[in-house]
Write a new protein. Structure first.
Length: 158
C-alpha cells in the first residue's frame, strides 16, 4: 500500500501473476525509388497474430537513419502532399547545400526528412489486434532508397 497526493494505492496481485511475453520480427525492404511510402499494416497485423499476444503494445521502428515509420491515412493525394512538402523543406538537390554530403554521401536531405517524419510508432494491442483510430494505417517512409533496409516489429504484452 502506498499514498500519493492523497490517493491510496492498494496492490492486490504479485508480479508472479504477470507473465509478459515478447515477440520480435524484422521486415526487409528494398525500395526502388529514392522517396516512397509503403503501407506495412498487413505485415504488422500478421506479426501481432503470430505473436499470440492479446493485450500489450506493438513497436514498429525503422532501423535505418534515412527511413521512417509513421501512422496516417492511406490516401494517394496525401502521400503526394507529403512528398512535395518534404522536398520543399529539405530538397535533395543541390546536394552541395548539406554539410553531411561533404563526407561523400548524397543523402543529407534524407536524414532531415526522417527527422520530420519520425523513427517509430507504438500501437496498443487489444484483444489480439492493433487498436487503431479511424483510417489509421502504418507506413514505412523511404528517403534514400535503392538498398536493403529493415523494420523492427517488437510486440510485448500478455
Amino acid at each position: 500500500m502506498g499514498c500519493f497526493r492523497g490517493f491510496t494505492l492498494f496492490i492486490t496481485s504479485s508480479l508472479d501473476e504477470f507473465r509478459m511475453k515478447s515477440f520480435t520480427k524484422e521486415l526487409w525492404l528494398n525500395i526502388s525509388e529514392r522517396m516512397d511510402f509503403i503501407n506495412i499494416t498487413v505485415e504488422v497485423e500478421s506479426a501481432v497474430a503470430e505473436s499470440s499476444i492479446k493485450e500489450g503494445f506493438c513497436l514498429v521502428n525503422a532501423m535505418h537513419i534515412t527511413a521512417s515509420v509513421f501512422i496516417n491515412d492511406d490516401e494517394p493525394g496525401l502521400h503526394n502532399d507529403y512528398k512535395r512538402w518534404l522536398e520543399e523543406l529539405a530538397p535533395h538537390v543541390p546536394i552541395s547545400r548539406y554539410d553531411h554530403n561533404r563526407t561523400g554521401e548524397d543523402n543529407g536531405d534524407a536524414h532531415l526528412k526522417r527527422q520530420i517524419m519520425g523513427r517509430e510508432v507504438t500501437i496498443a494491442v487489444t484483444e489480439g489486434r492493433l487498436h487503431f483510430g479511424t483510417w489509421e494505417q502504418i507506413f514505412y517512409g523511404e528517403f534514400d532508397g535503392r538498398r536493403n533496409k529493415r523494420v523492427l516489429i517488437k510486440i510485448i504484452g500478455e
